[in-house]
Design a protein around this ligand. Structure first.
Ligand code: HEC
Ligand code: HEC
Length: 199
């Protein structure tokens, strides 16, 4: 009777240790592989590197898996991706989702009103749907649609243009490409400034 009990004890000890090892690994991967670009707690201070703090875990998980599978490509991220495995992704996604995003300032306040109009109403003439319909009030997002609040305007604009050209094509059912392909450069610039102004 003692053998099964000690096996059970060993199993639960192993799973406890496994959990701790996972957490330690996440912290050490973040510190050694991610922080240099994405900043302390994912609050990048360099516009080229997207802010990850407070982004939804499911979205982060999908992006990292898409990068690892080559469905989303970026030469700058590639060396860091070579250092992680699929098994690390859930821990990294949970880590960044739990960080508190700090606010940033838009680059051009003059575009905010036009950007807000695009975000809330879209463009009925050209058929751009309102961003708020998917990305939620104040760019908060949800597990399906990424958080956009407090993102760098240059990063957001670059991603919308990448969806528009098809260079980024990892959105399921072309959902974001169908939006981006109807947008003008001026609309992309304005809405990206507005996103940076959101808390
Ligand atoms: C050398 C700089 C660099 C390092 C190191 C780096 N990244 Fe990135 N990361 C980038 C760039 C640049 C992008 C934007 C890619 C693009 O334009 O598609 C990015 C994009 C991302 C995205 C997608 C964000 C979004 O909003 O869609 C995630 C998630 C991410 N990185 C996580 C990580 C993690 C986790 C690590 C550490 C394992 C890491 N990155 C290391 C530069 C870096
Ligand atoms: C029908 C739903 C839908 C609508 C409407 C929509 N989006 Fe998106 N958007 C998505 C999805 C889904 C993704 C993530 C795709 C993926 O899995 O990579 C996305 C991704 C993005 C990203 C990239 C985020 C990042 O961190 O890399 C930006 C920027 C963006 N959307 C801006 C907008 C703007 C601006 C509008 C309004 C003009 C808009 N979206 C309207 C569904 C939508």
């Amino acid at each position: 009777m003692r053998a099964p009990a000690s096996v059970a004890a060993l199993v639960s000890l192993a799973s406890l240790l496994g959990g701790a090892a996972q957490a330690a690994d996440t912290a050490s991967i973040v510190a050694s592989q991610c922080i240099a670009c994405h900043g302390e707690g994912g609050n990048s201070v360099v516009p080229m590197f997207p802010r990850l703090a407070g982004q939804h875990a499911e979205y982060l998980d999908k992006q990292l898996k898409d990068f690892l599978a080559g469905k989303r490509k970026n030469d700058v991220m590639a060396p860091a991706l070579a250092q992680i495995k699929e098994g690390d992704v859930a821990g990294l996604a949970a880590y960044y989702a739990a960080q508190k995003p700090t606010p940033i300032k838009p680059d051009n306040d003059k575009l905010l009103a036009a950007g807000k109009a695009m975000y809330d109403d879209g463009n009925t003439q050209s058929g751009v749907p309102a961003c708020v319909g998917c990305h939620q009030a104040e760019g908060a997002g949800n597990e399906r649609y990424p958080r956009l609040a407090a993102q760098f305007p240059s990063y957001a604009a670059a991603q919308i243009k990448a969806f528009k050209s098809g260079a980024r094509n990892n959105d399921r059912a072309k959902v974001m490409r169908a939006v981006a392909e109807r947008m003008t450069d001026d609309e992309i610039a304005a809405v990206s400034e507005y996103l940076a102004s959101l808390p």
